[in-house]
Design a binder for this molecule. Structure first.
Ligand code: GTP
Ligand code: SPV
Ligand code: MN
Length: 593
């Protein structure tokens, strides 16, 4: 669409300001139509960025590889630029906002020469819902436009309801086509800045075209900026999946679960239960916005409209519903290409193809040393293609949440499931989550780090204030969800996962379900409540008694060490650390001794 379609003066002024700064060739306003999507994807095919997949294998789907140095979120290049450093807190990178603006303006100056600047009006959440919020992304990346079309609700419908309350999201890949510079298939820049201005509620992202760095509705808006909005207005913006679980008796409950990146949210969101009679339905797989309803319960919406899921490991066996979701109308980035125009990645099938083109565009054979796909390769698929999508997934009022789960990837120490004693104890568990790092962010993999609430890279303000906000929310929610801490990733001495995971996680959800209904008692330990082993349904599961016990083993010495490490960690937050959490850690220490 032409810019003349836009009537909103605030938006027009901003577009003009950015046009002056970035100097694009032309401006295009996205209407969100299928025809427009077809044109943009065709243009990406013509320019060599996309390869259209074989229509008989994956209808209307595209294959893409990024530059090898632009493959994941860049946490050390991500900034929260609040006016005062204390408001960004000890965990976020910070720079004084005026100084940062000067630096960014230098980078963005003429950064779009020779390119089209796309205007993407988008809604996070169903268009018009009271829980939804609107953003407008300006970007010089047609790849981003195509992905935003799947991941959010974009276009004319959003412009039609636009007022002055929108989050401006500026993005450039930082690869101007100055003086006839030839374009490349994945333009990006060595210099990367992912910057948030929490007071102004705006986002500036430079230099990367990949995932959360570039699809600004996702981590930048729906978590970093939204977490600030949520604190200001007494709601929660969280790195959580949302699922509905129905018991054989036909009772339904919704749960939300926060696990760090690449720690199992998409898989739990689409779980295929291995227990007969149980049903799991998907509301969201990555982000939850939760507000208190008139009935005093917590209601959640999924602000997204698609899945940007980890590809390797996804198979019809481990995640059938994800595989069904990506059978058409999808985009695949950094996986491998088969000789017949389909895609493949590690563990997708038992049969390993003899020949592929790998994500670095090299010929790959099944005796190649390196994996064919990047460990953070991803599929972008429309949520409404998920066979288990929940009837309420677009309900503007959200779904009522009965339980909140926290979890991480821990080879040792942390039991399969622990129930918090109460909300405050649950907040303590959330604050102390630790997990091994994954390929979702640039950096070393497998290193243990604290990732409170799975929000370490995503909290847009001081994490100490965030803990406080959670404690305060507990007082405001009349009927708060119960809180649990889970760990699917405990390993035996040979390094194998003890717990099957995936579809068998229903067994843990079943116990949680029965706890909420007060059908089973729990075993109170120093760290919280764990199941009596007889209450965990392990029917038809090949799990030895020894391994079952191992899953719930509580090593007091290991926990005492953890207490020390939590106390040390808490020191970072200084005055901002809520007293309640200090009480909780002291209490835990007392119980362990
Ligand atoms: P982000 O999209 O980065 O936020 O990741 P996510 O939390 O959605 O993680 P995802 O479900 O994509 O899982 C990441 C990896 O963990 C994949 O390789 C999965 O196969 C693996 N995984 C997921 N669930 C389980 C489980 O229950 N057990 C085991 N052993 N592995 C799992
Ligand atoms: C994550 O890293 O948690 C993701 C992928 O969900 S990204 O969109 O790149 O942030
Ligand atoms: Mn995520």
């Amino acid at each position: 669409m032409d810019i003349s379609y836009i009537k909103n003066q605030k938006l027009l002024n901003w577009i003009n300001e950015i046009k002056e700064l970035c100097n694009p060739n032309s401006i295009y306003v996205c209407d969100g139509s299928q025809e427009e999507y077809n044109n943009i994807t065709q243009q990406l095919v013509d320019s060599g960025t996309f390869i259209k997949l074989n229509e008989n294998k994956k209808l209307n789907s595209f294959y893409c590889v990024s530059s090898p140095d632009d493959v994941a979120r860049v946490e050390d290049r991500t900034f929260i630029c609040s006016k005062n450093q204390i408001d960004a807190g000890p965990i976020n990178n910070w720079m004084e906002p005026t100084e940062m603006k000067i630096l960014l303006k230098g980078l963005f100056k003429n950064s779009m020469i020779g390119r089209t600047m796309y205007v993407i009006p988008f809604s996070m959440g169903p268009i018009g819902s009271k829980i939804s919020h609107i953003g407008v992304q300006l970007t010089d990346s047609p790849y981003v436009v195509a992905n935003m079309k799947i991941m959010t609700r974009i276009g004319k419908n959003v412009l039609d309801i636009l007022d002055n309350d929108f989050v401006p999201c500026l993005h450039s890949v930082g690869f101007p086509l100055t003086n006839g510079t030839k374009d490349v298939s994945w333009p990006c820049n060595k210099t990367k800045y992912i910057v948030h201005f929490p007071e102004e509620k705006s986002i500036w992202s430079f230099g990367s075209g990949y995932g959360g760095n570039a699809l600004l509705g996702k981590k930048c808006f729906a978590l970093r900026i939204a977490s600030v909005m949520a604190k200001e207005n007494s709601w929660l913006a969280e790195h959580m999946l949302i699922v509905g679980i129905t018991s054989p008796e036909g009772k339904k409950k919704y749960i939300a679960a926060a696990f760090p990146s690449a720690c199992g949210k998409t898989n739990l969101a689409m779980l295929q239960p291995t227990l007969p009679g149980w049903k799991v339905e998907t509301v969201g797989d990555d982000i939850a916005w939760m507000k208190i309803g008139n009935d005093g319960r917590l209601y959640a919406i999924n602000p997204e409209a698609g899945f940007f899921g980890v590809a390797p490991g996804t198979s019809y066996k481990t995640n059938y519903n994800a595989m069904k979701s990506l059978e058409k109308n999808s985009i695949f980035t950094n996986v491998a290409l088969t000789d017949d125009g389909n895609i493949w990645w590690e563990k997708m099938t038992d049969h390993i193809p003899e020949h592929l083109t790998d994500w670095k565009k090299r010929s790959w054979t099944n005796d190649s040393q390196e994996p064919s796909s990047h460990p953070n390769s991803r599929f972008t698929a429309p949520a409404n293609q998920c066979p288990t999508i929940d009837v309420n997934w677009e309900n503007p009022n959200g779904v009522p949440i009965d339980a909140i789960l926290f979890g991480g990837r821990r080879a040792t120490v942390v039991p399969l499931v622990t129930e918090a004693l109460n909300w405050q104890h649950g907040v303590f568990l959330g604050s102390s989550v630790s997990s091994e790092t994954t390929a979702a962010a640039v950096g070393a993999v497998g290193q243990l780090r604290r990732d409170p609430f799975a929000m370490l890279p995503f909290c847009g303000y001081n994490m100490g204030d965030y803990f406080k906000h959670w404690i305060e929310m507990g007082k405001k929610i009349k009927h708060p969800p119960k809180i649990y801490y889970v760990n699917w990733f405990r390993k035996d001495k040979d390094g194998n996962f003890i717990w099957n995971g995936y579809g068998d996680n229903i067994r843990v959800l079943k116990w949680i379900f029965e706890r909420i209904d007060e059908k089973v008692e729990a075993n109170e330990t120093p760290i919280g409540k764990i199941p009596h082993l007889k209450d965990l349904d392990i029917s038809d599961l090949n799990l030895s008694k020894e391994n079952l016990e191992k899953l719930f083993e509580i090593d007091k010495n290991a926990y005492l060490k953890d207490v020390e490490s939590i106390k040390e960690y808490y020191k970072k937050f200084g005055e901002k650390l809520p007293n309640e959490l200090l009480q909780e850690v002291d209490e835990l220490e007392k119980k362990l001794k």
